[in-house]
Design a protein around this ligand. Structure first.
Ligand code: VGL
Ligand code: ZN
Length: 201
């Protein structure tokens, strides 16, 4: 068993990011059982859940003439456009049916404001609006975080880099992640981990 000071953060293992989902991450469902086993080892487990209202501004369908995976400029900076996904209350937004959600201490929802996306479990994409996760982990005495889930090159990357920036000793376990890998995003993520002192084990 890991010490009380160590948290496992499981990012977005939801139907829409698994096979047949709206924003399928190749091999997404392969990590469900390994992550279930990993959760058994931790005293502090947080699950994040991408949780968008219908007509969310990160959806390509909200931007006439734009296709998913195109980049646009938002008031808070560049934003990749996505297919409609993880709409609040939908089957796609639900956790993968085999994910052992009962192990979780906290389920943290993110991306619930229409005008702004949130890849990170710590900050929305303006990089200044906090989700409250930092305070939660701090109050529970956590000093080290292990980050796994979907997708390695978006929400896992942003969450891990934010954790490291907040002074948590941060580790990503790529074996327990899968990537989207669009326009070099996976290489960018790996470089970002190195630049921010996120260990990849
Ligand atoms: C994610 C794109 C859009 C993720 C969420 O969980 O990595 N990616 N929303
Ligand atoms: Zn999303």
């Amino acid at each position: 068993m890991r010490p009380q000071t160590e948290a496992l953060i499981v990012i977005d293992i939801q139907n829409d990011f698994c096979e047949g989902g709206a924003l399928e991450v190749p091999g997404g469902s392969e990590i469900v059982q390994p992550v279930n086993a990993l959760m058994q080892d931790f005293r502090v487990v947080v699950l994040s859940q991408d949780w968008h209202p219908a007509r969310h501004s990160s959806f390509a369908s909200e931007h006439p003439g734009k296709q998913p995976l195109e980049l646009i400029e938002m008031p808070y900076g560049p934003q990749v456009l996505w297919p409609d996904h993880c709409i609040q209350g939908s089957v796609g937004a639900a956790f993968h049916p085999d994910l052992d959600v009962d192990c979780a201490d906290l389920i943290l929802r993110k991306g619930f404001r229409r005008e702004i996306d949130s890849y990170s479990a710590f900050y929305e994409n303006d990089r200044t609006t906090p989700t409250g996760l930092h305070g939660y982990l701090r109050e529970r005495g956590v000093t080290r975080v292990v980050v796994v889930g979907l997708a390695l090159d978006f929400c896992v990357q942003y969450s891990a880099v934010d954790a490291a920036t907040h002074g948590f000793e941060t580790v990503v376990l790529p074996e327990f992640c899968r990537a989207i890998d669009v326009n070099g995003s996976l290489d960018d993520a790996r470089r970002d981990f190195v630049a921010h002192g996120v260990r990849q084990e």
